[in-house]
Each structure stands twice: as C-alpha cells, then as structure tokens.
Design a protein around this ligand. Structure first.
Ligand code: ZN
Length: 221
C-alpha cells in the first residue's frame, strides 16, 4: 500500500508568555521556592487535553487542595506555566530571567505525562538523592509506585536539570496517554475524572511534603 500524505504547516513568529503565581510559604523558609511546572501550549493538531492541559489543572488545583485543607508548606510553591512545545522556550526564559536568584530555587515538580492514574516518579540520574527521597515518599501511598531514573525526558525537566535544579517528574502514564499524545484524539473525552482525582491527590501530597521538609536542600541537591 502506498500512502500519500499532504500536510500544511505555517510557522510564524509570535509572542507568548509565562504565567506565574505564588503560594507563599508559611515561615522563614518562604524565600525558598519549589516550582510546579506544566506547559500551556500544545502540539500541532492536538487540542492538548492531556498534553498538557491536565498538567496545568494539576498545578493550579494542588494549591486549591492545600488551601481547602488549610495546609501551607514552609517554602513557597510557585506555579510556573510555560510555552514549551517549541524547544522548551518558556522554561529557558524563566531560568535566564532568574539567573541571579536561582539559588533560592530548591527544585521543580513537572507534570507532563498525561492524566492517567499515578504510576510513580521519574528523577534524573544527576540527582540520585532526589530518587531516594521520592522512594521514601512513594511508601506513603496505598499503592505500589515505581521510581525510574532518566538522563533525558524531553520535557522541561531537562532544562531544570541543566540549571542544576533537582526535578521530580510525575509518571502518570498508564499506557493510554501515548494513544492520544500529539494527535487529534487528545481531547477531554479521553480523560477519566477518577484518574484525575487520584493524580491530583498524588501531586498535592508530593508538592506539600517536598516544600515542607525541613532540610530538603541538603537531602536532594
Ligand atoms: Zn507535553
């Protein structure tokens, strides 16, 4: 069989922006920042429900959950929503704009693997201690989670790691994500509400504990 595909693509220059919001920490550690990152743009024909609409919802709803539970971690949780599909430009811009205070950043949590049920965490081999902390964290959950190491994830995690920030990547991929990723099928009809609830609980717990742990900088960097 011979398949002939004709695809049109118009590339134009335009301006895009990072969206940033702080949930200030509760004590003297509030000048230290944990980033909650997801990306605002999507790829080609996709509506982007899971790549990365779910990640954006999670970053914002983590704060809603903590507010609802009247929980405030010691450190500031900073929602950082970026345009990333083209060369991770949003995260690169943030890192360059914050070069003078990048030392106040303790780490980044990146949710960019759809919104299936939580499977576990991915950390970067450059920061093995982060892997140890994530393993300990995984024991808190009433389900077996996996902890995977990587050198490259093709997400914004690569840029944070290059800037010497330890990263916890959510592994929300239960296989079905790659059925829809970067396709016209990435719509809300393929998002399960129950899965989204589970992954929100998982991410809110992770964000609170990491941002609240007394000596987290020594433990993960
Ligand atoms: Zn993505």
């Amino acid at each position: 069989m011979v398949l002939y595909l004709k695809m049109l693509n118009n590339v134009t220059e335009s301006t895009t922006k990072n969206l940033i919001g702080d949930y200030p920490g509760r004590d003297e550690k509030s000048n230290e920042v944990f980033l909650l990152n997801a990306h605002l743009d999507t790829f080609d024909v996709s509506q982007g429900a899971q790549d990365n609409g779910c990640g954006v919802i999670l970053a914002m709803d983590v704060i809603k959950v903590l507010q609802h539970l009247k929980l405030k971690p010691r450190r500031t949780l900073r929602i950082l929503l970026t345009p990333n599909e083209y060369n991770q430009l949003g995260v690169k811009q943030y890192i360059s704009a914050h070069s003078s205070d990048i030392g106040s950043h303790i780490g980044a949590l990146v949710a960019d693997s759809g919104c299936g049920r939580p499977m576990g965490y991915i950390f970067y081999e450059k920061f093995p201690k982060m892997g140890c902390i994530l393993f300990e964290l995984s024991l808190l959950f009433d389900k077996t989670l996996t902890i995977l190491a990587t050198n490259q994830s093709l997400t914004s995690g690569d840029e944070f790691t290059a800037a010497n920030l330890p990263v916890a990547l959510m592994n929300g991929d239960d296989g079905r994500y790659y059925w829809v990723r970067h396709t016209a099928a990435d719509t809300m009809t393929h998002v399960q509400a129950g899965d989204l609830d589970q992954i929100l609980g998982f991410w809110a717990t992770t964000a609170y504990i990491l941002a609240d742990m007394p000596k987290i900088k020594d433990l993960i960097q």
